[in-house]
Design a binder for this molecule. Structure first.
Ligand SMILES: *[C@@H]1O[C@H](CO)[C@@H](O)[C@H](O)[C@H]1NC(C)=O
Ligand SMILES: *[C@@H]1O[C@H](CO)[C@@H](O)[C@H](O)[C@H]1NC(C)=O
Ligand SMILES: *[C@@H]1O[C@H](CO)[C@@H](O)[C@H](O)[C@H]1NC(C)=O
Length: 581
C-alpha cells in the first residue's frame, strides 16, 4: 500500500526549518505515525504531507518541469490565520516532489496571508506570479513575485516586487472583496491584461487590468463579465479554446477559430460560459446570452465537490490542463484528527466539445502509467433477475474504471417522462436515489461499497423523455445517501444532465477515478463531471468492493468494461530542502 517510510520521512524533513511567517513549524506539528495508516488518505491524488490545503495556485510548465502551488496552512488542518503558497514539482503530473513553501508573508503588502494567484510566462521564458496579499490592514491587494534564480529548474526561491502592492481595491469595492488575479494574456495591441475577482454591492464581477510592463496596471472601466447578486467572484479564469480540436492554446491567442471561456467561482461552485472576446473593447459576449448567474441552466466544470479551479497551457503537449480544489465533507473535528484537509482533482485536460456549447474534461493521459491488473468484461446483461455484478480482481479502493451501458429496446413509451427545462437535476438525484426504481435506470456503479452494500456510493444514470423538446434526457447522479454509516458527514447527493443523443446512439459511458475518500466521475467521455468525497466506516482499503448495478425495470447491458488497480503515485521530498536551515 502506501510507502509509509517515505511519507513519514517526508513529513519529518518537511518540518525541519520550514519557517513561514516567522513561526517555526517544528513547534506546531507533531505527527503520530499511524496518521498514514488512516483510511481516507489518497494513493494518487495530490496532497501535501499534512495540514490544510485549498485552492490550486500558479500551475505552469517551466523548462520541462511542472510546478504546482497551493493554498496551505502550515500550522493546522483547518483554514488558518496565515495561508501561504505550498510548492511541488513534477515531470509527469503524476509523481511529485514536495518543496519548501514558495511564497509567504514577508512584506507590508502580504503580511497577513498570501492568497491565490496565477502564473504568466513572459517573453524570454520568465515566470511571473500575480497573487493576492492580505496586507497589514487586512486589505486584499494584488502583488507580484518572480523566481530568484531562473537556472534552478525547481524555482525554489521567489522574490517580491519592491513596489508591491501593484493594485489596491477600486472605489466601491470593499477591502475584503477583491482577489485572485488570473493568468495574464497579451492583446494585439501589445498590452497585457488580467482579471481580478470582485464584488460591488453583492454583484460579482471580473475586472480587467491592463499593463505595458507587468508592473503598472490600470483598470479598464467596465468589467469583462459580471452578474447580479452572486457575491464575490473568486479565482476567475479566462482562456481561449480552439473549435473542433482537443488542443489547448496559449492564453494570449485570440484569433482564428477561437472561442473564449470565462470561469468564476461563487456560491461554492465553479461556473463557466463560452463566448467571443474582442480585446479592442475588452468585450466578452457569451454565446446564447448565457451569463454566469448561478442558475440551473448555467454550466459548471463539475457538479459535485470541486472549487477554485485554475487552468494552464501545457505547450509540451499542446493542451490546457485544469486543477480544482476538492474540499473535505467530513467535520472539522475529523480533519483535526486526520491531521489534514483538502485534495486536488487529478489534473484534467480541458477542451471544447464538437457542439461548441460545452467543455469536455478528461484526466491527463499520464494517469495511465499508474494502471495495473486490467480486468475486462463484455456483454453482461443486468436485469431484475441479476441486478448487481461484482467487479473483482482489482483494488476497489484505488482504481480507474471505464464502463459502457447499452440500452437495448429503448422506446419513448417505455421511458419515464420529464419536463427537463424546469427540472433541478440535483434535487431529482436527491429525491430519486439508487433505491428508487425507474424504467431505464438507475444503472451504474456502486463504489466504495461494503460486501453487504450497507455502505455504497452509487454513481448512476436515469433516462427520461422530454415531450417538449422531443428528446431523451440523461440524468447523472452521485448518490451519497448510503456512502457511510458514520455521522457528521455531509452526504448531499449531486446530479446533472448529460448532453447525449440517445436517439442515435443508445450507449452511455462512465469513468470513475476511485481513490479511498474521493470518487471523480466522468459521464459520456467527460461531458458531465461529478466529484464526491466519501468516508465509509467499513468499506475501506481491502474491505471496499465495486459493483455494477441496474435498479430499473428494463434491462441494460454492460457492452464493455475495463477496470484497473491504481498504483500509488510517488510523493517524495526534495533532498535539498532547507539543509541550510
Ligand atoms: C542557480 O541555480 C543553479 C542550478 O541549481 C545553481 O547552480 C546556481 O548556483 C544558482 N545560483 C545562485 C546565485 O544561487
Ligand atoms: C466544426 O465542425 C463542424 C462539424 O464537424 C462544422 O459544422 C463546423 O463548421 C466546424 N467549425 C469550424 C470553426 O471549423
Ligand atoms: C434497488 O432498490 C431497492 C429498493 O427499491 C433497494 O433496496 C436496493 O438497495 C437498490 N439497489 C441499489 C444498488 O441501490
Amino acid at each position: 500500500m502506501k510507502s509509509l517510510v517515505s511519507i513519514l520521512a517526508l513529513c519529518f524533513l518537511g518540518i525541519i526549518g520550514t519557517e513561514a511567517a516567522g513561526r517555526n513549524l517544528k513547534d506546531v506539528i507533531s505527527l503520530p505515525s499511524q496518521r498514514f495508516q488512516q483510511p481516507y488518505r489518497t494513493g494518487y491524488h495530490f496532497q501535501p504531507p499534512n495540514n490544510w490545503m485549498n485552492d490550486p495556485n500558479g500551475p505552469m510548465l517551466y523548462e520541462g518541469v511542472y510546478h504546482f502551488f497551493y493554498q496551505y496552512n502550515p500550522y493546522a488542518a483547518t483554514f488558518g490565520d496565515v495561508i501561504i503558497w505550498g510548492h511541488a514539482v513534477s515531470y509527469d503530473l503524476v509523481n511529485w516532489i514536495h518543496l519548501d513553501p514558495a511564497i509567504y508573508p514577508t512584506h507590508e503588502a502580504d503580511s497577513k496571508s498570501c492568497w491565490s494567484g496565477s502564473a504568466t510566462i513572459l517573453p524570454g521564458n520568465i515566470p511571473m506570479m500575480l497573487y493576492t496579499g492580505s496586507d497589514s490592514k487586512s486589505r486584499q491587494v494584488q502583488d507580484l513575485a518572480w523566481p530568484k534564480n531562473l537556472s534552478d529548474p525547481f524555482l525554489r526561491e521567489w522574490v517580491k516586487y519592491e513596489h508591491n502592492p501593484i493594485i489596491t481595491p477600486p472605489d466601491g469595492v470593499k477591502d475584503d472583496c477583491f482577489r485572485d488575479p488570473s493568468t495574464a494574456w497579451k492583446g494585439p495591441d501589445g498590452l497585457w491584461r488580467m482579471v481580478v475577482g470582485a464584488d460591488r454591492d453583492n454583484n460579482g464581477m471580473a475586472y480587467v487590468y491592463q499593463s505595458t510592463d507587468f508592473k503598472t496596471w490600470t483598470r479598464y472601466d467596465h468589467p469583462l463579465s459580471s452578474a447580479e447578486a452572486t457575491g464575490t467572484w473568486e479565482c476567475p479564469d479566462f482562456y481561449p479554446v480552439p473549435l473542433n480540436s482537443t488542443n489547448g492554446l496559449d492564453t494570449s491567442t485570440y484569433s482564428g477559430s477561437v472561442m473564449h471561456v470565462m470561469k468564476a467561482g461563487f456560491q461554492g461552485h465553479d461556473w463557466y460560459t463560452i463566448g467571443t472576446y474582442s480585446p479592442d473593447r475588452e468585450n466578452f459576449l457569451p454565446q446564447n446570452g448565457l451569463r454566469l448567474s448561478g442558475s440551473n441552466l448555467d454550466l459548471r466544470y463539475d457538479y459535485g465537490n470541486f472549487y477554485a479551479s485554475k487552468s494552464f497551457f501545457d505547450d509540451s503537449k499542446n493542451r490546457r490542463v485544469l486543477w480544482g480544489w476538492i474540499p473535505e465533507s467530513d467535520s472539522q473535528e475529523d480533519d483535526i484528527e486526520k491531521g489534514w484537509a483538502g485534495l486536488q482533482s487529478f489534473p484534467r485536460a480541458v477542451w471544447i466539445d464538437r457542439s461548441g456549447s460545452q467543455l469536455i474534461q478528461w484526466p491527463v493521459e499520464e494517469i495511465e502509467t499508474l494502471r495495473q491488473n486490467e480486468v475486462k468484461l463484455e456483454n453482461k446483461k443486468l436485469d431484475s433477475a441479476s441486478p448487481v455484478y461484482e467487479i473483482q480482481g482489482i483494488t476497489a479502493s484505488q482504481a480507474d474504471v471505464t464502463i459502457s451501458f447499452k440500452l437495448e429496446g429503448l422506446t419513448i413509451e417505455d421511458t419515464e417522462h420529464l419536463d427537463t427545462t424546469s427540472a433541478d437535476p440535483q434535487a431529482l438525484c436527491t429525491e430519486r436515489g439508487a433505491s428508487s426504481k425507474g424504467a431505464f435506470g438507475p444503472f451504474g456503479l456502486l463504489a466504495m461499497a461494503s460486501k453487504d452494500r450497507e455502505e455504497q456510493t452509487a454513481i448512476f444514470f436515469r433516462v427520461f423523455y422530454d415531450q417538449k423538446i422531443k428528446r431523451y434526457s440523461v440524468l447523472m447522479c452521485s448518490d451519497l445517501s448510503r456512502s457511510t454509516v458514520r455521522s457528521n458527514i455531509d452526504t448531499t447527493s449531486y446530479g446533472a444532465f448529460v448532453d447525449i443523443d440517445l436517439q442515435n446512439n443508445n450507449e452511455i459511458s462512465l469513468r470513475n477515478l476511485i481513490d479511498h475518500s474521493i470518487i471523480e466521475s466522468f459521464g459520456e467521455e467527460g461531458k458531465t463531471c461529478i466529484t464526491s468525497r466519501v468516508y465509509p466506516k467499513f468499506a475501506y482499503n481491502e474491505d471496499a468492493h465495486l459493483f455494477a448495478f441496474n435498479n430499473g425495470t428494463r434491462s441494460v447491458t454492460i457492452s464493455k468494461m475495463s477496470a484497473w488497480s491504481m498504483k500509488d503515485a510517488e510523493f517524495v521530498i526534495d533532498q535539498t530542502v532547507k539543509s541550510a536551515a
